[in-house]
Design a protein around this ligand. Sequence first.
Ligand code: AMP
Ligand code: GLY
Length: 345
Amino acid sequence: MERDLLCFGPTEQAAQLEGSKNFAKRFLVRHGIPTADFRTFTDVLPAVQFLKTCRFPIVIKADGLAAGKGVIIAEDFTAAKQTVNDMIALGKFGDAGSCVVIEDFLQGVEASYICVVDGDQILPMAASQDHKAAFDGDTGPNTGGMGAYSPTPFVDSNVEERILDHVIRPTVQGLLNEGIHYTGFLYAGLMIDQAGNPKVLEFNCRFGDPETQPILFRMQSDLVEVTMAALAHRLDQVTALWDPRAALGVVVASKGYPGSYQTGAQIHGLKSADQENIKVFHAGTASGENEEAIVSGGRVLCVTALGENISVAQTNAYQAISKISMADMYYRKDIGQKALQELLD
Ligand code: AMP
Ligand code: GLY
């Protein structure tokens, strides 16, 4: 506020909800918000002792920011021990991994629930589902997200009410009780069990990538108006309207991501892919010598499509991707598949 600029986003203190898994877990417990049971360690030996008492799979998380890559699902004791050693002793994630959270593996379906928050006021965005694993069928290492769609059949009005009652409102109230006025997007990454009960996997203090792309494609209200309303503490006076159609985004990545990958390859076909109801969002791209787009990151593009329903949006997105080519290109072929299966059942 030194320069009297309007800033839409949480303070450094509040952003620890994303920046430290340990902080987030302790906050959740303090406020009775459902999440997986956990322990935190900063030394290898006690962590390994604890692992000897665990059931597998188990989830091991680097405490700090790791671009979505710091969460390992260890299938057995050997893999878990190795992960703890990599993080704490070998510093695989730098400082982010000097403290690890070890938590129970939760069963269910995931959903991303993002709200605009200003202090005590909450405006929910449309629910979505991300796909965190690198490869089809949720296999391979975790990434920042390989594709997302909205709306999701896993968050009906009943589940949404539970998310608001058991997660979002207690979080906002908990922040206020701790003297934190939270302004910005609050993203709850959730596991929803078979009975429709949500548990928090993580918080992000931002809109979420790639969830933002399909959500904004459906948003009919003006995002600037919404953020201005939040900053003026009159969120209760605005509504968010959504295109009833579905939107689905598929991330085009560089082979090797979330590990190391090559950069510099030219990207072809972007113009022919970008049609009505399709939007190609750039992420890891840069301008090459002749102004053409070249690869500069692991997640290169998010090809996002609207459609009458998830199935049509999925077809449209993959049709658009088929027009794009680049060296070492890879993407998941099953974005939205779980939703389609659910709708069939
Ligand atoms: P996070 O960054 O904490 O959301 O974790 C990244 C991804 O790891 C999540 O989106 C889930 O796919 C998976 N994950 C994290 N925590 C758990 C858990 N306790 N049980 C099962 N899967 C999890
Ligand atoms: N897609 C999850 C994130 O933005 O961290």
